[in-house]
Design a protein around this ligand. Structure first.
Ligand code: SF4
Length: 370
């Protein structure tokens, strides 16, 4: 079977965590893992509902388990969800890598056996939440794993048969200096992985970090900018090419699912707090009880008629490949040229993109352009 052009990605939000990390504002619940079977049944009901009742593309080429902590689900439950998608949608064979099935993995929750179980269930890409490779930094971040456990998870994933491995790290965290970041990057770059996501710590309102005034204890904007630029140049020089503001990959290992978001291709989100884009944007309320009890998930329309060109420009400029210059009006082109002269954008023949310095102030520049 060959996938038609009209494909969809499916995102499954797994809303369970062992403990809340003090900086995190993603929706997840602690101490409710005993409800995982009911949650999985609700996910499967929704998969069937969307496939039968909704007019959406039926050819799936990416599946992404995010959270929360998907690796708290038993392998048989991940298997049930994947099987259900295979039953109700048209899916390529994961063993041939024609579909990308990613699962976020928390090193504190897996071992070789569970990783092997996820691999056998059909998952073919793991995204490991390392966050840092220094134990004092991991403690400050409230993580439940050590640097050694993080590295073990990479090697155990390889042993379990994963060839497509991504690791997440954070920059701008308390106590991080250029020297300490370099130590982490040097260790990371020699691991047998092919993708790195590097997120700048953001102090989100309502989180314990915000209440502890962590904003005053982390590197300031200038220091974080230096850390970011140092990281971009180190990773680019060491085989991990930047393809998005926060994402780096060896050639051919860019996240296909996440590229859907930036290229505004359709995706269906299932689970409490999941977002979707299928012509319009809609989301599911952040309530596990409601999700489990409902015949199918309740949705709220976020944007009935998105301004697709503006969204394409904003999202496309997150990618280092940028966007066609033809998407901009004459006035917008003039503004882009102004920022190109300042070294913040690049215009190459018929495309325009941000430079690494430009990514740091991309929101401000986008406000000027749009
Ligand atoms: S494990 Fe991930 S989703 Fe859960 S609280 Fe920590 S950062 Fe948030």
């Amino acid at each position: 079977m060959t996938l038609e052009a009209d494909t969809i990605g499916i995102y499954i939000h797994v809303p369970f965590c062992l403990r809340k990390c003090p900086y995190c504002d993603f929706y997840s619940c602690v101490n409710r893992l005993q409800e995982q079977d009911a949650y999985v049944q609700a996910v499967c009901r929704n998969i069937e509902y969307y496939s039968k009742e909704m007019s959406i593309p039926k050819n799936v080429d990416t599946i992404y388990f995010g959270g929360g902590t998907p690796s708290l689900l038993l392998p048989e439950n991940i298997s049930k969800i994947i099987e259900c998608i295979y039953n109700f949608f048209n899916v390529e064979d994961s063993q041939k890598h024609e579909i990308e099935i990613t699962m976020e993995v928390n090193p504190a929750t897996v071992n070789y056996e569970s990783l092997l179980g996820y691999r056998k269930a059909g998952v073919n890409r793991v995204s490991i939440g390392l966050q840092d490779l220094q134990n004092d930094a991991l403690l400050t971040l409230g993580r439940l794993h050590t640097a050694e456990q993080g590295i073990d998870t990479v090697y155990e994933s390889i042993r379990a048969g994963f060839e497509n491995i991504s690791c997440d790290i954070m920059i701008g965290t308390k106590g991080q200096t250029q020297k300490r970041l370099m130590q982490t990057l040097e260790e990371l770059a020699v691991l047998p992985i092919n993708h790195i996501s590097a997120y700048m710590l953001k102090i989100e309102e309502g989180t314990p970090y915000a209440m502890q005034n962590m904003q005053n204890l982390v590197p300031d904007d200038d220091e974080t900018a230096e850390l970011y630029l140092q990281m971009v140049s180190y990773l680019n020089e060491n085989g991990f090419f930047q393809y998005e503001i926060s994402n780096f990959a060896k050639k051919g290992f860019e996240s296909r699912h996440n590229c859907r978001y930036w290229k505004l291709k359709p995706y269906l989100g299932i689970g409490p707090s999941a977002h979707s884009f299928i012509d319009k944007r809609f989301y599911v309320p952040s309530e596990l009880d409601l999700f489990i009890a409902g015949e199918h998930q309740k949705i709220f329309i976020e944007d009935e008629c998105p301004d697709l060109l503006t969204e394409r420009i904003m999202l496309g400029l997150r990618l280092t490949e940028g966007i066609p210059l033809s998407w901009l009006s004459d006035l917008q082109k003039e503004t882009a040229e102004y920022f190109a002269k300042a070294g913040l954008m690049k215009i190459n023949k018929d495309r325009v993109c941000f430079t690494p310095n430009g990514f740091l102030v991309s929101n401000t520049i986008l406000c000027e352009i749009l």
